[in-house]
Design a protein around this ligand. Structure first.
Ligand SMILES: [Zn+2]
Length: 96
């Protein structure tokens, strides 16, 4: 496998790592955080199916061999509901 390819812990899809969320356990203190840092990493597609599977089946816990705080999942769910592109001055549409 090419070094830039990663596998989703839920659906096993292989893609460039930029396509995934990265969840990692920091090597120095065992804290779990997102996106960056040095430590053991797990990758997850940025989609609700994979997040749901990961949470339900504890895929991230298994991959990282540690507990995943509910906050981590909350942040990821928020990312799903929020637009990934943050355009300054973008149109904010009010429904009604
Ligand atoms: Zn996936």
């Amino acid at each position: 496998m090419e070094p830039n390819l990663r596998r989703c812990v839920s659906c096993r899809r292989v893609a460039p790592k930029s396509a995934f969320w990265r969840v990692l356990r920091l090597a120095h203190n065992g804290q779990v955080q997102l996106d960056y840092g040095m430590g053991r990493s797990a990758y997850l597609c940025a989609q609700s199916e994979c997040l749901q599977q990961a949470q339900k089946k504890k895929r991230l816990e298994r991959a990282l061999r540690t507990a995943i705080a509910p906050e981590i999942y909350q942040i990821l769910w928020q990312r799903l509901s929020a637009p990934s592109v943050d355009e300054s001055g973008g149109s904010r549409s009010n429904s009604q």
